[in-house]
Design a protein around this ligand. Sequence first.
Ligand SMILES: [Zn+2]
Length: 1004
Amino acid sequence: MKILLVVPLIVALPLLAQPRPARDASQPIDEEYTKKIREYTTEPFFNSPLTDYLPASKTVPTPKAVLGDVAGAPGILPYAHEVYRYMRMLEAASPRVKVYSIGKTEEGREMIAVAVADERLLAQLDENRARLAKLADPRTIHMDDAAAEKLVAASTPIYYITGTIHSPETGAPTALMELAYRLAVDDSAYIKFIRENTITLMTPVVEVDGRDRMVDIYRWHLANPGKQWPPLIYWGHYVGHDNNRDAMGLTLALTRSVLHTFVGWKAQVLHDLHESVPYLYDNTVGDGPYNAWIDPILAGEWQMMGWNNVSEMTTFGMPGVFTHGTFDTWSPSYLMFIAAMHNGISRLYETFGNGGADTEERTLEPDEFARTWYKQNPPLPKAKWSQRNNNNYEETGLLTGLAYFSANKQLFLRNFYLKAKRSIEKARKEGPAAYVFPADDPRPGAQADLLRMLQEQGCEISRAGAPFTVMMAPKKAPPKRGQDTGAADTAAEDGDHKPKEKPKPEPRTFPAGSYILRMDQPYSRLADALLDYQYWAPNDPQKDIYDDTGWTFGELGNVQVARVTDVNVLAAGMDRIERPVAAPGGVSGAGRVFLIDHHADNALVTLRYRFPSASFEAAEEPFEAAGHKFNRGAFIVNGVALRDLANANGELGLQAYAVSAAPGVKTHPLRAARIAVMHTWLSTQNDGWWRVEFDRLKIPYDYISTQTVAATPSGSLRSKYDAIVFPPGIRNAQAVVSGLPMYGNPLPWKVTPLTPNLGKTDETDDMRPGLGWTGLDRLQEFVRQGGMLITASDSASFAVTFGFTPGVGVAPAPRLKVTGSALRSKAVDAASPILYGYGDNLAIFASNPPVFSLSNMVGGGRRQPKPDEHQRPTGRGTADDPDVPQGRIPADIPEEPHAEAWEALPLTDEQLRNPVNVIPPAARPRVVLRYADAKELLVSGLLDNGGELAQHAAVIDAPYGEGHVVLFSNNPFWRAETKGSYFLVFNAIMNFDSLGAGRKLADR
Ligand SMILES: [Zn+2]
């Protein structure tokens, strides 16, 4: 049964009387514009008294000045630069509008923010910001409520609206152009009230690269009537729909620009505009479970604003407005959650759109038009829908929201202050007191990377000047991650079954130089949400889980993070770090050979490609030299000038030891392998998370499609590349080969005068053809000739399906549920180059992962019996006795072959009699990493029926011909949350022609 939300009564009366919507009779309307609004609105009830007219101005241009028609007119979608031109025309014509450049996209397009408010407010923005900054950080006013109250009374809040982050959701830019005009020009009491009590800030286009591509596609559609148009396969330069799931990792330029704007302006609301649901789903209220780290004050604000929005628009007679729905508010990765995590209020609209500016008859699904308790006036089953309707809904929703916010501005400003104050008090009240990042973490580069992300989020980081000791909460510690080589810790399993004593707090001393994130700071909840563990109960009433359920950044980043509840940590001697945290690096010692230890620090791959022609060797065993111990996989570098290496290491935070001669350890070459990243023309969403990190880490690669592979002559793929990376997100194995259906017309994705923005990624004359059988053959030939193919999750299933990996199968797991969770892994073969630099117990990220099964036989051979399937037949004796047939001599029953879940069953004599299907030992798949046992498998998030996945292989190196296919069940590159598992891929790449190093072969 679904637990229904209880709608709280809104007891706080607004301090300011909110006027009713009605236009100012003394202000003339723009007759022509108003006539067009009414013409393009398909039903009168799809409009409101706030948007069914446009006030006239003698000096301020309407959106028509740029669009040539009204906002939301059919057939018109402006490019971002046209939207900006209009906003700057407004700025030039009205003292109530200011335009700010807030950053550039990956492809160099500008992002802007437009502030609209009464001219007196805009003239005092700096003074207002100074007041808001004090409310945002109550330490500056000594947590004095009376001082805060004065600031609240004197301040004007900031309401930040962001448009079209999802590029096929096209209505927001024109809606925001017209909204800016209305807020600047309309003299009705309602609009004036907003203008004088709130500063409305808007970024009309968030995904600028994607918007321009979407407009290109729409232009192509208009120029090719009756034809099918190309799907918008690229939105931004890297990711599509996921571009609003980056608020934790901060990988994309658009996220950072919106974050800096929100935090820099000390805004109170971030309201992100989307289109997918009829007609306006204000998903502010959404559904449970709510994020567990937010201040409960925020949950109340969501209810107040969401339900007010519904009730206001319902009084206008607009159907289909609701706020409770299917969206769970658990993951803090959404763009809007920048506000929730910075003591503001996150909001999101789903409005209805046609994916362009055509007016069309739209038919809804029964669950969309059904009346429910939270949708008493539901959308119509069938209606003609226009982009103008969309603009009416978006503007009306925003205006009612702005009016309510303005009327309650003191309440929301006070809450803004209170949430910040309570975040500071959190350290001593609910805890933890701090997160500590120990100075002796073997991965200082990864540690610095995580700390820099937290700094960019606005968190303050301090550094301990001396060792300090705190009491650590008695908690079942997660398995230690460090530099142990993967040997099981048998000491803990000593067979002692005496009842355990209740664990006591234990002291822990952190070394000098440890980093401390104090929780008595305004954005402590953000740090807690990102660094803590997440638990999603398998029996949670929410079954339609919207997004990832786990993300613990320390675990997935392979960084040691200590959650300290002892408030004495706050008294440790420490200094605030003012600059971005950086790992120390350089070269010590003398000599022309350089030794660099391997701790799976991502900067190591950057170093390799920085000196592509230098000699880099990998040590196949641990060794000692220059007074230091080095891990298996350590780099031995020759042929780089000392000064060049010192510069690079300083930048990258790597430490090298110079010696006069290479140590006598067995080595093999570490290659600056030539890489291609291969994509389909079906979906490129997930390869973006790989590309963005390859680019950031300066790993060169060619970006090719399945069509490129199909068109490459036999033999030449291998002469061009050493490694082909095929990221997940491929839909299904068969679709990779077949591509899109060939029924209709060709679907070009390329730069033309009509579509100037479809470049900078990849191009094709027709998106429809897939890899095809020729391409499949070329890809297999590439591996057979010594290349390496890297696959993950569903692209790994592709490799298994098409026979790249004899001996690997994908087992059915019908009850397993893993929804974007962090899971524990165990090293199986620590000598594999793929594990160089890693300790054991790495957390990996998986979402519905394939469950690999292993066999020494092509085609799978016999299935491993499950433990409960071992039963003796009915017969004489006890349950443990053998049966004894009568009338003949007794015979020993041969032992059943046994193997662990990650292993192949040993071959039987029968199988070896004529071993046609037996895979030779050197050609068998080598399991490198497996999933942990069921009881310790879950790190964070949701795991249901984990027994179906537990102990199964997670990373497999499958030899094929002269080359290798590397299979990841997990996804090693995901939203910059999985930086700890990147090096599994980088190791594979740099060791592509030595992957067999350290392998022990079966003797038969
Ligand atoms: Zn959307």
